[in-house]
Design a protein around this ligand. Structure first.
Ligand SMILES: NC(=O)c1ccc[n+]([C@@H]2O[C@H](COP(=O)([O-])OP(=O)(O)OC[C@H]3O[C@@H](n4cnc5c(N)ncnc54)[C@H](OP(=O)(O)O)[C@@H]3O)[C@@H](O)[C@H]2O)c1
Length: 241
């Protein structure tokens, strides 16, 4: 049972859906960390009012706070689940010719997360029961002309977390890497075919159906065979993606 959760990127629609689903299932303590303090406080109020939960909040900007010294670790104890949902598509078109935007995409999706993941993955914590769930993307599986900086960042995040997952093999701490397909959130508005989009609520319910799962998984599951196909597409077809 997950009774407490630390969320990095708590204003993400999928994080909100997971927090609400956790509240319904009896989770009573939340630490919400996000860039947008106002939106974060709104979620905190909802969790307090609906579930009488104990909620603490803090802000961070992954583009600015990319060092271990700037990680403000909450003084509110340990958590059953550490959830990392922060991420950004950025401006893929601009990143093709602007290294600043390319680096911002890298910071929001991987380099800015590294201080937090490092702070979470202490040897003491890995020796105890606990969970780290990190949102990666199917974009990690193959570079695409339309968003290769985002794909590269998610590929790096996946490899980093896979190493951590293997480091935790045989240990009580469980690392779960979610290679999500399209979800209907502000990130994909006007960018993803609606027939392929799943709702944040269904993602939350899917994940919480097996709360102790560890490993790398595609969400929904059918992205696994689809990405197998996409990884093997000849360049002449993949260049059109
Ligand atoms: N939506 C999809 O189709 C899809 C597909 C595959 C993977 N994913 C991944 O799933 C996760 C959740 O995505 P979502 O769809 O729920 O996206 P979302 O609603 O756009 O949320 C993204 C979250 O990342 C935070 N964030 C972005 N840049 C930040 C920065 N510089 N500093 C601090 N926080 C920052 C946002 O904070 P603000 O509210 O302050 O902007 C927000 O909390 C992300 O990692 C995303 O890459 C999404």
């Amino acid at each position: 049972m997950i009774r407490s959760v630390f969320v990095l990127g708590s204003t993400s629609d999928v994080a909100k859906a997971i927090c609400l689903e956790l509240g319904r299932r009896g989770c009573s303590r939340f630490h919400l960390l996000a860039r947008n303090g106002v939106a974060n406080q709104q979620l905190a109020s909802v969790l307090q009012q609906r579930f009488a939960a104990v909620v603490s909040t803090d802000t961070t900007d992954l583009l600015a706070d990319a060092s271990l010294e700037q990680v403000r670790w909450p003084e509110v104890g340990e958590f059953d689940l550490y959830l990392v949902t922060a991420g950004s598509l950025g401006d893929a078109e601009l990143a093709r010719c602007d290294a600043g935007e390319a680096l911002r995409i890298l910071a929001a999706n991987v380099s800015g997360l590294i201080p937090w993941i490092t702070a979470i993955a202490t040897p003491e914590r890995l020796a105890r029961f606990g969970r780290l769930w990190v949102f990666s993307s199917v974009a990690a599986d193959r570079g695409r002309p339309s968003n290769y900086h985002y794909g590269a960042a998610k590929a790096a995040l996946t490899a980093l977390c896979e190493g951590l997952l293997l480091r935790c093999h045989g240990k009580p701490f469980a690392v779960r890497i979610i290679k999500a397909g399209f979800m209907a959130t502000p990130m994909t508005v006007g960018k993803a075919p609606s027939a392929l989009c799943v709702t944040p609520g269904s993602v939350a319910r899917d994940l919480l159906r097996r709360p102790n799962r560890r490993g790398i998984e595609y969400l929904p599951w059918w992205w696994s065979p689809l990405m197998l196909l996409i990884r093997h597409l000849p360049d002449s077809i993949a260049s059109k993606l």
